[in-house]
Design a protein around this ligand. Structure first.
Ligand SMILES: C[S@@+](CC[C@H](N)C(=O)[O-])C[C@H]1O[C@@H](n2cnc3c(N)ncnc32)[C@H](O)[C@@H]1O
Length: 248
């Protein structure tokens, strides 16, 4: 969980111009919700400890849930637990890529803060320009379940790293593509990838309307090879929140 002591420990990494004070906890909760195994961050700083903490908190949550599985307490606090999910090992990894040359960025200080918080066990840092580094990322990560990019050269990233993102549900979050022409062009390019993905690409833009710049996050989910599991619901067709079965 994100308690106030965590917030005060990472405060020194916050750079207001980077505009990630809301995005960082949003990323934390996206990772808590989707529980990815392999996360890539390109552009380190304030967001980095939030990503690492989410993976470590996921690991602990899964350990606790496994212990409760099949017990009466378990069915009270996790009545919807899906047993098969817990058969897979969960050893999450965070790969952070940054060229470490931006004096305004807190990237170079992120690892130190994370060491104090004991958040580095799942982290690996690659120092270098994202352009031409996909081979190193592939060697370390294999396939990526969740990527977050907050740098220059976003378009180069999309072109070079797209195939590293798992086509069976992998997600990509991109900072600040809305409200300026070049960003809009990248959004159109992303839309154009839909046909390459057989129409199976989910895209959502989250706008932060109170801000002049760094004012959006775009979320993509590749679903070309995603297969929805069959009917994961208890109580058969009596469990239908959609109301579809009420329609005569
Ligand atoms: C906007 S800051 C990241 C902010 C950070 N996510 C935060 O929440 O504080 C951008 C970072 O990306 C890095 N960067 C910019 N362009 C890059 C590139 N082409 N390759 C690698 N890193 C890059 C910079 O060194 C800088 O640390």
């Amino acid at each position: 969980m994100l308690h106030s002591d965590f917030a005060s420990s990472v405060k020194s990494l916050h750079v207001p111009e980077m505009g990630t004070e809301s995005v960082a906890p949003l990323l934390y909760w996206l990772l808590r919700t989707t529980r990815p195994q392999c996360v890539l961050e390109v552009g380190m700083g304030y967001t980095t400890p939030f990503l690492a903490k989410a993976l470590i908190d996921n690991k602990e949550a899964i350990r606790q849930e496994r212990e409760l599985l099949g017990t009466p307490e378990g069915s009270e606090c996790q009545p919807l637990a899906y047993g098969d999910y817990y058969n897979e090992p969960y050893e999450p990894k965070l790969i952070c890529l940054d060229r470490m040359t931006d004096p305004a960025s807190s990237a170079t200080r992120a690892l130190g803060v994370m060491e104090d918080l004991d958040l580095t066990s799942c982290c690996e840092v690659i120092e270098g320009d994202l352009r031409g580094s996909s081979g190193r990322v592939r060697e370390t990560a294999g396939s990526i379940d969740f990527a977050w990019i907050d740098t220059w050269n976003t378009l180069a990233f999309i072109r070079e790293y797209w195939d590293l993102i798992d086509s069976a549900g992998g997600m990509l979050a991109i900072h600040y593509l809305m409200t300026y022409p070049e960003g809009r062009a990248v959004l159109r390019y992303l839309e154009s990838l839909r046909s390459r993905e057989g129409g199976r690409l989910e895209i959502t833009n989250l706008r932060e309307p109170h801000r002049v710049a760094q004012n959006s996050v775009t979320l993509l989910r590749r679903t070309r090879n995603y297969e929805d599991p069959d009917d994961l619901r208890p109580n058969g067709d009596r469990n239908d929140p959609t109301g579809a079965l009420d329609v005569q």
